[in-house]
Ligand binder design. Sequence first.
Ligand SMILES: NC(=O)c1ccc[n+]([C@@H]2O[C@H](COP(=O)([O-])OP(=O)(O)OC[C@H]3O[C@@H](n4cnc5c(N)ncnc54)[C@H](OP(=O)(O)O)[C@@H]3O)[C@@H](O)[C@H]2O)c1
Length: 244
Amino acid sequence: MESTSLLKPDSRVIMISGASRGIGAAIAKKLMTEGYRLSLGVRSPEALQASFNQQQLSETLICPFEAQDPATAYTWVKETHRTYGRIDGLINNAGILRQVNFETGDESDLDAMWAINVKAPFRLTKLCLPYLREVSNGRIINIASTDGKRYRDTVSVGYTMVKHALVAMSHATRFAGWDDGVRVTALCPGAVDTDLVANIPGVTPAGERLSPHLVAAMVSTVLSLPNTASIAELPINTRLESSL
Ligand SMILES: NC(=O)c1ccc[n+]([C@@H]2O[C@H](COP(=O)([O-])OP(=O)(O)OC[C@H]3O[C@@H](n4cnc5c(N)ncnc54)[C@H](OP(=O)(O)O)[C@@H]3O)[C@@H](O)[C@H]2O)c1
């Protein structure tokens, strides 16, 4: 019979993409303090010096990860498994927001959002699933968005499209991993106070945004849930909207 108790960090190995700043860095710090073992995939390992202290960095595996370069995904996953001997969780966090609408923006920006926000999580999911199946309570958390749940007319059409795709992929992954204990959550925050939304017109005002720390706390909660308590989608809104 499956346990219904909360899972403990117990040195579980969690991979986080885009941990250099913003939400990814907040998740990494939270999970470090809780006793997880981390593998951070970042474009520029030197950039971590600004967000983490030396002790945190020395206890953490840091690998180059460029979402648009499939070889780095492959090497990051292999290196994580070689170092720790297991992979318990993957957090697909790295992402970009570009303004692509019917009258403005460029298809190259749309291509970049597909590559970074959808294809890279798909690739990492494929590479990690065999290892996540081995541990009997593997976890994937995809950092999607409320823009993956509905269309709001001040938002980039392109960003809304790719975040919907990421939510769809999260559901597909639930089916792929369920029988082997892999549980998948599409975490869907509203505006979070990071660089991503710093200059976006129409976005929730700074004082009303979610903090990255609050999103990290939600990730920690989701990771602690047993196989018998699966959250498929977790919207966290800053504003009142029907059903969200
Ligand atoms: N902020 C929000 O309002 C909000 C709301 C809902 C969902 N989200 C989602 O949350 C995730 C994190 O966003 P954030 O707000 O923390 O944004 P952020 O502060 O701009 O950080 C983005 C992260 O993604 C990494 N990244 C960007 N392009 C990359 C690439 N080509 N390869 C590898 N890493 C790349 C960045 O690395 P570098 O430091 O190297 O650039 C950085 O670590 C994104 O998926 C975003 O869509 C954000």
